[in-house]
Ligand binder design. Structure first.
Ligand SMILES: NC(=O)c1ccc[n+]([C@@H]2O[C@H](COP(=O)([O-])OP(=O)(O)OC[C@H]3O[C@@H](n4cnc5c(N)ncnc54)[C@H](OP(=O)(O)O)[C@@H]3O)[C@@H](O)[C@H]2O)c1
Length: 332
């Protein structure tokens, strides 16, 4: 079977040419786990940090040896797990850029509940992250004014839609480019989206926020956090989810706006989605209902075939993806 590895250890932002597709032995079935055929592979920003040893202390894959890590939607081929049989559909975070993977922590999926690829995005780790930040940490509800950046992506887009479902009064996104902003307003249904690459965007943001922000969800950078906090209401909640602009940056990290935090009496809520994995199956049940009702939707930036993964990953590393980055590795 085929898998994708690093050609060499990375010292800079990954580009497509850093990866090579190689032949590998089919993986052995782990005790208590499964071997599965990968159908959809999720590409996520944290993998870029992980490849350079910058994610939660996790080791980068060994060049030429280990397949690139990645979350997968897959079908069980062989099982040594009591709860899983060949033919079952699963989602797992311990997958890889490969045609077949050995999984120790696969969650069984109900294929009738939603399209399988949705488990890479809106029902997958990005969706769970958005749900956790909005419902468990910020506890968004009626009357809230929500601001989120990277709003066209699977986390940001789901943040705004869940805010709306939970009764938020106004939902505003920030995204890079007119195409992304159209997605945010026309498909996700945000009240407004500000293109930060356009001239006059700070004024446009102020105009889109006649009332101060009560929930700020940060996905991108301390610079953007500082802009958002300028619009925060006193006692506002700030979910610190990600720093996509900083994972590949070198040099000292930017200083967080301590004066603003004090002045706004802000409540800072750090989010690590791992804490919410026990709630995942419950989230999937609830969110699949929202999908069926058309209250939740997600756009995909999808490519076909494992060989297409490096080029899409390079686009993700440059913020050029429009929607959830997914690779369909083999037909369902
Ligand atoms: N805390 C957690 O447990 C957790 C879990 C999942 C995800 N996250 C974080 O949530 C954030 C959003 O994740 P996602 O999966 O929804 O990603 P995504 O939105 O598909 O991609 C990241 C987006 O960040 C923006 N961005 C701005 N500057 C960038 C740069 N220099 N390089 C790359 N991207 C840049 C881009 O959107 P624009 O063009 O609109 O700026 C890009 O599309 C990420 O920071 C991710 O790490 C955190």
């Amino acid at each position: 079977m085929k898998q994708i590895v690093l050609r060499q250890a990375l010292t800079a932002k990954p580009v497509g040419a850093d990866f090579a597709m190689v032949e590998a032995e089919r993986p052995a079935c782990p005790e208590g786990g499964v071997v599965a055929r990968v159908v959809h592979l999720s590409l996520d920003p944290y993998v870029g940090a992980r490849l350079r040893g910058r994610h939660m202390g996790e080791a980068p894959p060994r060049p030429g040896i280990d397949p690139i890590p990645g979350a997968v939607v897959a079908q069980v081929i062989e099982s040594r797990s009591a709860g899983l049989a060949p033919g079952d559909w699963v989602h797992a975070m311990d997958g890889a850029w490969a045609e077949e993977v050995a999984l120790k922590a696969a969650r069984k999926l109900d294929a009738a509940l939603a399209p399988l690829a949705a488990h890479a995005g809106v029902l997958g780790m990005p969706g769970l992250t958005a749900w956790a930040g909005m419902t468990q940490l910020a506890q968004v509800g009626p009357g809230d004014v929500v601001l989120v950046d990277a709003a066209a992506g699977p986390v940001g887009g789901t943040v705004g839609q869940i805010a709306r479902i939970k009764g938020a009064k106004r939902v505003v996104g920030i995204a890079g480019g007119a195409e992304k902003c159209r997605l945010v307003t026309d498909v996700y249904g945000f009240d407004a989206c500000i293109d930060y690459k356009a001239e006059g965007w700070r004024e446009a943001l102020a105009a889109a926020l006649p009332k101060p922000v009560t929930v700020l969800f940060e996905n991108v950078s301390v610079a953007m956090l500082t802009v958002g906090m300028g619009h925060l209401a006193a006692y506002g909640r700030v979910v610190l989810c990600g720093l996509a602009d900083q994972y590949q940056a070198d040099g000292a990290p930017a200083a967080i706006p301590a004066g603003l935090i004090i002045g706004k009496r802000a409540k800072l809520l750090g989010l690590v989605v791992y804490d919410f994995y026990p709630a995942w199956d419950g989230y999937v049940q609830e969110a699949a209902g929202w999908l069926k009702e058309g209250r939740l939707t997600i756009a995909e930036d999808r490519v076909e075939g494992l060989a297409a993964a490096p080029a899409l990953f390079e686009r993700l590393m440059n913020g050029a993806n429009v929607g959830k980055a997914v690779v369909t590795v083999s037909p369902e």
